[in-house]
Design a protein around this ligand. Structure first.
Ligand SMILES: CC(C)(COP(=O)(O)OP(=O)(O)OC[C@H]1O[C@@H](n2cnc3c(N)ncnc32)[C@H](O)[C@@H]1OP(=O)(O)O)[C@@H](O)C(=O)NCCC(=O)NCCS
Length: 213
């Protein structure tokens, strides 16, 4: 068996702890990784780096070329880190926890991270750099564009499309065939039964747009 590949975890929060759990329990068909650094700041990440006995780095600039990087953060930080990675020949890690279900004709894009309990049923495209948190469900014929985040226990029914950089927060349900535009936000617990416009934030049951302040 080949040696595990070095992996740095970039995070803006304690979500990095979850990424460690994913790295330690990956599906067997992909490469194995050994965490070589935590990138970020703050007490939580310092604590995590200490527990792992790896350095806490302020940014990715000192990582050796060829190091894989997993980013657990909002879109702005993702973009910033990806630009720095490109300058230094760092690689995006795709991390899929062993306790995931991936049905037939499912494609998972580069740099995406799938947490335990994620279920992706069949004929689904998950784009690049998506973050699917614990227990998120993507039913048949779904399409997630790049940089989509699904929080824990989100349910996307069949035929749902989510546009680039959009976030569906915890426990929301999106009804069959609904299209969520780009840069949209679905609030926690929402029931989305209509299409959501680009850039809109919707909340509630049924979900309706939050008026802009
Ligand atoms: C949708 C969301 C992003 C909106 O945040 P925001 O723009 O800061 O909105 P505010 O907190 O100012 O709330 C604005 C109004 O919407 C309501 N509202 C906010 N989120 C709501 C939600 N999820 N469901 C129903 N109503 C909601 C508020 O009660 C408030 O109504 P009011 O003016 O009558 O009091 C946020 O509330 C949310 O749902 N975050 C989810 C966090 C989450 O799930 N994280 C997952 C990590 S595991």
């Amino acid at each position: 068996m080949s040696d595990p590949l070095p992996l740095a975890i970039v995070s803006g929060s304690g979500a990095a702890f979850e990424v460690v759990g994913i790295v330690e329990n990956l599906r067997p068909e992909g490469p194995r990784f050994a965490i070589s650094a935590i990138v970020g700041s703050g007490e939580l990440l310092a604590d995590l780096a200490g527990r792992l006995s790896v350095p806490l780095l302020a940014d990715v600039s000192s990582l050796p070329p060829g190091t894989h990087v997993a980013i657990s953060a909002g879109h702005a930080l993702q973009v910033q880190v990806l630009a720095a990675m490109a300058r230094q020949s760092l690689l995006s890690a795709t991390l899929i926890h062993a306790d995931t279900t991936l049905g037939p004709w499912v494609t998972i894009g580069q740099g995406s991270v799938l947490a335990p309990g994620v279920r992706v049923t069949g004929n689904v495209l998950v784009g690049n750099h998506c973050q699917l948190h614990t227990g998120a469900i993507v039913s048949h014929d779904g399409v997630l564009a790049d940089f989509v985040t699904l929080s824990p226990s989100v349910t996307l029914c069949g035929g749902v499309t989510v546009g680039a950089r959009s976030t569906v927060f915890a426990g929301a349900t999106v009804m069959p065939g609904v299209t969520i535009g780009a840069d949209a936000v679905v609030g926690a617990g929402a029931l989305v039964n209509r299409d959501v416009a680009d850039g809109a934030t919707v909340v509630g049951v049924p979900a309706r747009p939050l008026p802009r302040g």
